[in-house]
Each structure stands twice: as C-alpha cells, then as structure tokens.
Design a protein around this ligand. Structure first.
Ligand SMILES: Nc1nc2c(ncn2[C@@H]2O[C@H](COP(=O)(O)OP(=O)(O)OP(=O)(O)O)[C@@H](O)[C@H]2O)c(=O)[nH]1
Ligand SMILES: [Mg+2]
Length: 226
C-alpha cells in the first residue's frame, strides 16, 4: 500500500455492483471502503453510493461505486446505475448455484446494454464458507473455481474469488479493475462520469430518493484502499 501522491494524475471511474440478493455486494464494498464486515448486514434498498481511492504506480483512481439492491423488486432500477459505468463487479455466492445463473444474466445484460468497453469482473464471494464442510463431510462450496473461471474466460471477464468476511481477495478485484481501465476511457471521462461526484445531493436529485446513500455511514472518505 502506498500513500497519496499529489504529483500523480487522478481519474474517477464509475463502478457498479450487480448480483442476486445476499451474495455480499454491500459487504465487499464495506470491506474495500472501510475494511470492516457486518455478520447481519441488512439488504440494500435502491442503491448506495460510496467512493474509495486506489493508488496505482502511475495514477490514482477514485472509484465512484454504485452498490445496487439485489432483490428482484429493484431489478428495473439497474440500468440507471450501470449507465455510463466504466466497470462492473458481477457478484455470486460460491455456495449458491442460482446466484451464478443470475450473475450470467447480468453479464449478458451488461454486454448488450452497458457502455462498450466496460471492464467486468466476475466475483465469487463467501470463499470462507467454501472451506467449511457440513455434518456429512460435504463442502459448502457449490460452484467450482474451474467452472466459473472457464465461463469468465469465455466471456472475457476478470475473475476472482473473495471473502468479504476475511478480506481475502477483495483489494485484488479493485486493483485489477483499476489497472484494466484503458487510458483513453480515463481521458474521456468527462462524458462517462459526468455528474457522479455530487454524493447525496446529486443522487437524490437524479433518482428521486431511490438511493440508500451511505446509510451505514461509510460514505466518501480520504485515504486509499490499494
Ligand atoms: N460468511 C460470509 N458471509 C458473508 C460474506 N459476504 C457477505 N456475507 C453475509 O451475507 C449476508 C448478505 O450480505 P450483503 O452484503 O448484505 O449482500 P448484498 O449482496 O449486498 O444483498 P442485497 O443488498 O440484498 O442485494 C450478510 O449477512 C453478510 O454478513 C462473506 O464473504 N462470507
Ligand atoms: Mg446490499
């Protein structure tokens, strides 16, 4: 980890998290932004907006993160959040096969409707549970690394397994995405990220109060995660 360096160019990158309810999207963000974890995290309502910086050797990336709600009743809001996003985390729970099916639907929708060139990472979360076996000696893991990785390769996605609980792999996802955003996308970000820096005021204006902005109190902050 390196400290802030004002001599480096700094760019904002819009990132959206998508995935079935309870796969751990908000927990991944809480780990990345605040290095914290909550055992009983409440479901997200609408979406939450947070920011966090990532220091790369050549530049600083400020992630403007839209953490969407996975419950079906909010699905129609998703296009508002992935519109103009330069990057996406599509998250599944590696103990829950239906969540990978849902993740594949999100990937297809992003490929069809999001910005061309969007950097997508497929993330299998709850890696800590993957190491646990039930009373019959069966692993709680339901999706093998190989299967998910081979799907990700076929679709041209970055692929990671993470545990928001232990923190394993979380920073790597954001660092890898930061490193994959093409320089050209950063230079032209006037259009891509327009209007995304306003925090609460901005989101309420645009989205009519649908946004659950940093309800847990982990909003924008100084400092750096990578
Ligand atoms: N064991 C374990 N539990 C996790 C992990 N990540 C999240 N959880 C738990 O899973 C539950 C759901 O996590 P959330 O982060 O709220 O899930 P979400 O995807 O944001 O859910 P929605 O906002 O409803 O879409 C919470 O009780 C978390 O504590 C993890 O890596 N390991
Ligand atoms: Mg959530």
């Amino acid at each position: 980890m390196s400290g802030p360096d004002n001599s480096k160019p700094s760019s904002s990158v819009k990132l959206v998290l998508l995935g079935e309810a309870a796969v751990g999207k908000s927990s991944l963000v809480l780990r990345f932004v605040n290095n914290d974890f909550q055992e009983n995290k409440e479901p997200t309502i609408g979406a939450a907006f947070l920011t966090q910086k990532c220091n790369l050797p050549s530049r600083t990336i400020k992630f403007e993160i839209w953490d969407t709600a996975g419950q079906e009743r909010f699905a129609s809001l998703a296009p508002m959040y992935y519109r103009n996003a330069q990057s996406a985390l599509v998250v599944y729970d590696l103990t829950k096969p239906t969540s990978l099916t849902k993740a594949k639907h999100w990937v297809a929708e992003l490929q069809r409707q999001a910005s061309p060139g969007i950097v997508i990472a497929l993330v299998g979360n709850k890696l800590d549970l993957g190491a646990i076996t039930d009373d019959n000696g069966n692993s709680l893991r339901a999706i093998s690394t190989e299967d998910a990785k081979s799907y990700a390769e076929d679709e041209g996605l970055l692929f990671f397994e993470t545990s928001a609980k232990t923190g394993e792999g979380v920073k790597d996802v954001f660092e890898a995405i930061a490193g994959e955003i093409p320089e050209s996308a950063l230079k032209s970000r006037g259009a891509a990220g327009a209007g995304m820096g306003g925090g609460r005021r901005e989101a309420e204006g645009v989205l009519g109060g649908a946004v659950d902005l940093a309800r847990e109190g982990f909003g924008a902050k100084e400092g750096c995660a990578c």
